[in-house]
Design a protein around this ligand. Structure first.
Ligand code: ADP
Length: 474
């Protein structure tokens, strides 16, 4: 019809990516997130393809895809999922239309996004340029400044000597936080409160960063006291449309790593929520962000908030946003990568309305009684919590599964969704109590302690919460 022709013409001028259906997706990842993507593919009628390392031959993600290919023969377990040329070759040989990077591994490597694109395969994520810009802390902060988004005062570039560190601290005052310039996942950070400690702490942090990330360069930021970590989920398309899917509160952290996530952020004023989501959308539009992404902020006690970083990928905690919005983020990612626009997907800002509260607990095979040391071995008994409002995203959560020491210790993500925060927490508490896991230790006792803490249930905790409550470890 005329309308259809008009629509096709309109798309041609509005977007920089031509519509091309995706019929097959390879996931360059493992475990629960690989399965999460396969499920989305399966529902969309898309062929799903796994890669697996020698150590992962028996892993569930291999079984949950339509096909699986061994990669990284002879390589160490993690390297198998980082070998770009081999992954591209497997994709080419098997007629793959698109690659989803999951989280971790190659998900924030712009050279991977570029290699995928150069091979004529669609990368299910933002453009290589945007991945590069967001992954570079300096460039990301620069973009935030240009978009008018408030940022934490920090160094304009990587710092390599303790003299530069001292200079920054003299100028901006203490406390500060040192971050490994090439680090991530909350690792390689150190808070410094005393001027006489700056030199020694810097040298120590820098040499740790060099050992862990292959580069000792550091960033220094003003340390925000008692912050809440609140992040905004975004979706952008290739026509320049961006919507937000509200925010998540990820303040419950252990060693700067998220443990429990909640959507939306409890007791956040409408004023802050509106401003924060507006800034996130502004930043995304400014850089031409297409696909799913997250803008992270810290909120201080007075309600001032500061941009910290953009995660140009799907996040572990995307699930809670899906629960409150009813939007499948992975399916949206695939459709956007095909070249569909947000309006075509029925996603305009007014139509996105959050319902109730969702909470996610990361159940890990870590022993809280032994300082969260990862536990390994065979799961002898496994029963999970189920029932209304409970969602489980896992990979090796079943009797007979072997928990290996080679990869991260996430066993299953448990997500509860209900009308208000208290009833979601009650649901989560009940579900976690139904779990029976024998053969490996899990952090469930710790999570239950969190869920029974009155401060937590009241809905306002900051990132100091776990450190200030040693009774949670009992
Ligand atoms: P990563 O990239 O390693 O995940 P982030 O920059 O996202 O690191 O920070 C992770 C966590 O570290 C934050 O959620 C927060 O708890 C803490 N953090 C980071 N920067 C600051 C800061 N400037 N002040 C206070 N806490 C911070």
């Amino acid at each position: 019809s005329v309308l259809q022709i008009w629509k096709i013409a309109a798309r041609h001028f509005a977007t920089d990516v031509e519509y091309r259906p995706i019929r097959s997706v390879l996931v360059a990842n493992r475990g629960e997130i690989a399965i999460r993507v396969f499920r989305a593919c399966s529902e969309l009628g898309i062929r799903s393809v796994a890669i697996y390392s020698e150590q992962d031959k028996m892993q569930m993600h291999r079984q949950k895809a339509d096909e699986g290919y061994l990669v990284g023969k002879g390589l160490p377990p993690v390297q198998a999922y980082l070998n770009i040329p081999e992954i591209i070759q497997v994709a080419k040989e098997n007629n793959i239309d698109a690659i989803h990077p999951g989280y971790g591994f190659l998900s924030e490597r712009s050279d991977f996004a570029q290699a995928v694109t150069d091979a004529g395969i669609r990368f299910i994520g933002p453009s290589p340029k945007v991945v590069q810009q967001m992954g570079d802390k300096v460039a990301a902060r620069q973009a935030a400044i240009q978009a008018g988004v408030p940022i934490v005062p920090g160094t304009d570039g990587p710092v390599t000597t303790s003299d530069e560190a001292i200079e920054f601290c003299m100028k901006h005052g203490l406390p500060v936080i040192f971050k490994a310039a090439y680090g991530g996942g909350g690792r390689g950070m150190r808070v410094v409160r005393q001027m006489e400690e700056v030199r020694e702490m810097f040298d120590r942090a820098s040499s740790e960063a060099a050992a862990a990330f292959g580069n000792g360069a550091m960033f220094i930021e003003k340390f925000i006291e008692r912050p809440r970590h609140i992040e905004v989920q975004l979706l952008g398309d290739h026509a320049g449309n961006v919507v937000h899917l509200y925010e998540r509160d990820c303040s419950v952290q252990r060693r700067h790593q998220k443990v429990v996530e909640i959507a939306p952020a409890p007791s956040l004023s409408t004023k802050i929520r509106d401003k924060m989501t507006e800034y996130a959308v502004k930043l995304a539009k400014h850089v031409g962000y297409a696909n799913a992404g997250t803008v992270e902020f810290l909120v201080d006690e007075s309600g001032n908030f500061y941009f910290i970083e953009v995660n140009a990928r799907l996040q572990v905690e995307h699930t809670v946003t899906e629960e409150i919005t009813g939007i499948d983020l992975v399916q949206s990612q695939i459709r956007i990568a095909e070249g569909m626009t947000l309006p075509e997907l029925g996603m305009t800002q007014e139509k996105i309305t959050p319902q109730g509260f969702a909470i996610q607990c990361r159940v890990t095979t870590e022993d809280p009684a032994k300082n969260f040391q990862p536990d390994t071995g065979r799961i002898e008994v496994f029963r999970s919590g189920e029932g209304m409002g409970i969602r489980l995203d896992g990979a090796s959560a079943f009797a007979g599964a072997i928990i290996s020491p080679y990869y991260d210790s996430l066993l299953v993500k448990v997500i509860a969704h209900s009308g208000d925060l208290q009833s979601s927490c009650a649901k989560m508490n009940r579900a976690l109590r139904e779990f029976r896991v024998r053969g490996v230790k899990t952090n469930i006792p710790f999570l239950l302690n969190v869920l029974e803490n009155q401060k937590f249930l009241n809905g306002i905790v900051d990132t100091y919460f776990i450190d200030e409550h040693p009774q949670l470890f009992q």
